[in-house]
Design a binder for this molecule. Structure first.
Ligand code: GLU
Length: 331
């Protein structure tokens, strides 16, 4: 039986929260065996399928972490939130939204079906591969490294250090990802791309291979929870209008074709990646009772064993449990 079903009406202390989270992680770790690694990118097939970790960082600095907390892993699709933000900062919201829509697809992240069958005048949203590759083409610069420079600067402001690309992971995807190349050619044919196809794909594969930890994800989540402002200095890192849109996209499209269920049962903006990471954003909320993280928090999760939709199987269950017990939902 999972620990912690009592009402949270006693005083909230960090030790007490830690104890609960330790118990929950231990419990949901056992369920990772029902998932599978994303071995369509060969290097992701080498991860420890039983790993599960969570980091939660609150606006007031409260930090709770548990399980596999030290692993570095590649950001994969979570980068889509950040490149969307960068493109909007560089080009302006209108420019980007004229070229990528904000509608959920209900299809797999790497589906080409919508582009082919519906022939929209723009890809459906920046959280699926067709939209994200289009966004990568919009980033400023004439090479993949130039295009990603602003992303690195933004990430450094959010997580406190400049992240690195895992070259092996980049090459692993670059050399095997025929479906993304197919999407790329489809986008090229439809005149969606703003830069050369090979540079665009190189940018997309490199951004996917940026190495992070769950603490990094929690810090990114906290900035988004704080409307784009640094939680300590209150300096603006991302304009509020762009942050708002990024969170709306995460809520409606961030968890692959399980986004509706995640919004219903967890109720916070989130984005997952096939390496097993989940970035979750808990905005400040008003409640009558004393509950943890009322001022908002960022959450990072890692659990590389995935469910059928491509979300971390243990991670989703763990997040749902935490959200239910601490009433984290927006709704
Ligand atoms: N780079 C991965 C791909 O395009 C990202 C997928 C994901 O994390 O959803 O297949």
């Amino acid at each position: 039986m999972v620990q912690g079903s009592a009402n949270l009406n006693t005083e909230v202390t960090e030790e007490w929260l830690q104890e609960y989270v330790d118990g929950w992680v231990k419990f949901f770790k056992k369920q990772t065996s029902d998932g599978e690694l994303a071995n369509y990118i060969p290097i992701l097939g080498e991860a420890d399928p039983e790993a599960l970790g969570i980091s939660i960082i609150g606006k007031n600095g409260t930090t709770i972490k548990s399980g596999n907390t030290e692993e570095k892993f590649t950001i994969q699709s979570i980068s889509k939130v950040l490149t969307f933000i960068v493109a909007c900062m560089e080009r302006g919201l209108t420019y980007v939204l004229d070229r990528v829509d904000v509608e959920p697809t209900g299809e797999a992240f790497n589906s080409i079906m919508h582009l082919e069958m519906k022939q929209p005048n723009k890809p459906f949203n920046p959280m699926v591969n067709s939209g994200a590759i289009t966004v990568s083409s919009m980033l400023d610069g004439n090479s993949s490294d130039q295009k990603l420079e602003t992303l690195f600067i933004l990430m450094e402001k959010m997580i406190g250090h400049r992240p690195e690309i895992n070259v092996e992971a980049y090459e692993s995807e670059r050399d095997t990802s025929m479906k993304n190349r197919a999407i790329g050619y489809y986008l090229l044919e439809g005149d969606y791309l703003e830069s050369d196809l090979s540079i665009t794909l190189e940018t997309y594969f490199k951004q996917s291979a940026i190495e992070i930890t769950i603490d990094d994800l929690a810090r990114i989540g906290l900035v988004l929870s704080n409307d784009g402002f640094d939680p300590v200095t209150e300096e603006e890192i991302i304009p509020r209008s762009i942050t708002r849109l990024a969170k709306a996209l995460m809520l409606t499209c961030g968890m692959y074709d399980a986004s509706g269920k995640f919004a219903a049962y967890v109720g916070v903006p989130a984005k997952s990646g096939v390496s097993g990471g989940i970035l979750a954003v808990v905005p400040p909320r008003v409640r009558d009772e004393e509950l943890p993280f009322l001022e908002g928090c960022g959450i990072g999760v890692y659990g590389p064993a995935l469910d059928k939709q491509g979300n971390s199987i243990g991670g989703i269950k763990l997040l749902r449990h935490v959200a239910n017990h601490w009433d984290l939902s927006l709704f």
